[in-house]
Design a binder for this molecule. Structure first.
Ligand code: AMP
Length: 480
């Protein structure tokens, strides 16, 4: 293991054996060293999203009770006096200039000053010990912390090693923040194989094909939206990405049109569409795109494929009975990759998705799906109001919960709009309120990350309701 990782793990352990290490940073050497050092020291790592407003960072720091906070250059700008107050006793930061400890017990240390008296050996952890907690959108208004154990992570890596076949010669592209679990795949498989990880800066994300060529990237992984944006901007010219041997898409439906354009740009590589929720440890189904791709009928998207051999995947009806091939229902997962549950949500309705059925533990994904006669699974949309917005998982109810407060009104609705090629491009809100649109949006920006704040808030005297008396989103969409 890299010396900096062992130094940091040993230093943290000398201070106080850490149980939970927060990462206030992303896509930086400090963030990755922090994550690896947390694992080396036997602690759980918890990335905090840099897009969260101050209020949310403070709330989560208070709830998490971290032992250490690792801060990179981007995270440093979020380390306000109030955030510092809620932060743990040990903070290891890229710089400590202009930072003042919030209390006597708080120790602020610069990365350059991290030194340990004795270097520790890697900690032994049990399979049920938590490897990481990742926060995703939650319907109640607070993000849900998905708890993944070391056993689940190991099982995932064991399954993923064979089909990715990484070697020390591979140059992997990192397009994802550490709050998104595709980063788990990239970082751990990269370290495991001794490959190199090439981090895209925000600027480089604007012209990814150039970066792919300059760095001779061999393995690409991103959400399909990024590829669709490249296609739109004319960046996917024929044979323009010759170094790619493997391209992986995940997180959203993968349109056939995107795949066709990508295959022309990267003719020397193969393409995989992988599927899974954070609650199932990155992914558990995979479909290789062959010369004649397996396409989901009527949706023009690539099938999501067949399960990892360790995971059982079934289609359930509304009574959680297993359906046969050709029948549409909810995709349900079972097996060693299932999360331990949600942080601090022990008895809430949020655990409705984790079910014990006839003595077997299942996760109900909320995704609609179907298994065809060849045993290949297809994704057919959602059973609820969870959407993907440029790769970010968003529960419309979470935005509505915040809108209710911001608009001081009970009559609120948020819809995804516009939808282009089956993919949401933005959010639009409707509400009754005595406040102005500007005031409401300003209040929303204080409590939600920017990508979750609707671009437009339509103020109405009343909102249409359906036959059950619920706010009718369909009618609202028709008004746009
Ligand atoms: P996340 O927890 O952010 O990874 O989001 C998981 C959700 O993303 C799934 O439940 C699906 O709705 C969606 N998703 C992930 N991968 C795919 C895929 N390959 N095709 C269609 N939807 C996907």
């Amino acid at each position: 293991m890299h010396k900096l990782v062992v130094d940091l793990a040993s230093f943290m352990t000398e201070h106080k054996k850490p149980k939970k290490v927060g990462i206030l940073g992303t896509k930086s050497p400090e963030a990755y060293i922090g994550i690896l050092a947390a694992g080396y020291a036997g602690a759980t790592y918890v990335p905090l999203n840099l897009k969260w407003p101050e209020q949310r960072i403070i709330q989560l720091l208070e709830a998490l009770d971290l032992d250490v906070l690792i801060v990179d250059k981007q995270g440093l700008s979020l380390l306000t006096p109030d955030v510092l107050k809620a932060a743990p006793d040990l903070i290891v930061s890229v710089s400590t200039q202009n930072l003042n400890a919030a209390r006597d017990s708080q120790l602020l240390v610069a990365f350059a000053d991290v030194k340990a008296e004795n270097l520790i050996a890697p900690a032994q952890v049990g399979s049920k010990d938590l490897a990481y907690i990742l926060f995703t959108s939650g319907t109640t208004g607070m993000p849900k912390g998905v708890m993944i154990s070391a056993g689940s992570l190991k099982s995932y890596l064991d399954q993923s090693r064979s089909w990715t076949a990484l070697t020390p010669e591979d140059h992997m592209a990192e397009t994802c923040d550490v709050t998104f679990d595709l980063s788990v795949h990239n970082l751990f498989l990269c370290v495991d194989a001794g490959a190199s990880l090439h981090i895209f800066s925000a600027l480089e994300m604007l012209a990814p094909s150039r970066f792919i060529r300059e760095r001779s990237i061999t393995v690409w992984m991103s959400v399909p939206t990024l590829a669709a944006m490249m296609r739109k901007s004319g960046a996917l010219k024929v044979d323009s990405l010759p170094t790619l041997r493997l391209s992986i898409f995940c997180g959203e439906p993968l349109p056939l049109a995107t795949v066709e354009a990508w295959a022309q740009a990267a003719p020397n590589g193969i393409i995989d569409n992988i599927y899974g929720p954070t609650e199932g440890t990155v992914i558990c189904l995979r479909q290789r795109v062959e010369a004649t791709p397996v396409v989901t009928e009527g949706r023009d998207i690539i099938a999501i494929g067949t399960p990892y051999s360790t995971m059982q995947v079934e289609i359930f009806d509304e009574n959680q009975q297993i359906l046969g091939s050709g029948q549409a229902g909810e995709i349900a997962l079972s097996g060693p990759q299932l999360a331990e549950g949600y942080f601090n949500y022990a008895n809430s309705s949020q655990t409705d998705r984790f079910r014990d059925i006839d003595g077997q533990r299942w996760y109900l994904t909320g995704d609609l799906g179907m298994r065809d006669e060849n045993g290949v699974f297809h994704h057919l949309g959602r059973t609820d109001n969870q959407i993907k917005l440029k790769g970010n998982r968003v529960e419309l109810e979470e935005v509505e919960a915040h809108l209710r407060k911001a608009a001081q009104s009970e009559m609120v609705a948020v819809v995804a709009w516009p939808i282009i090629e089956n993919s949401a491009q933005g959010l639009v809100a409707f509400c009754t309120s005595g406040l102005t649109e500007e005031t409401i949006k300003t209040a929303l920006l204080d409590s939600l990350p920017r990508y979750m704040v609707p671009e437009t808030v339509h103020l109405r005297d009343t909102l249409p309701v359906n036959i059950n008396g619920k706010i009718d989103r369909k009618q609202l969409l028709e008004q746009l």
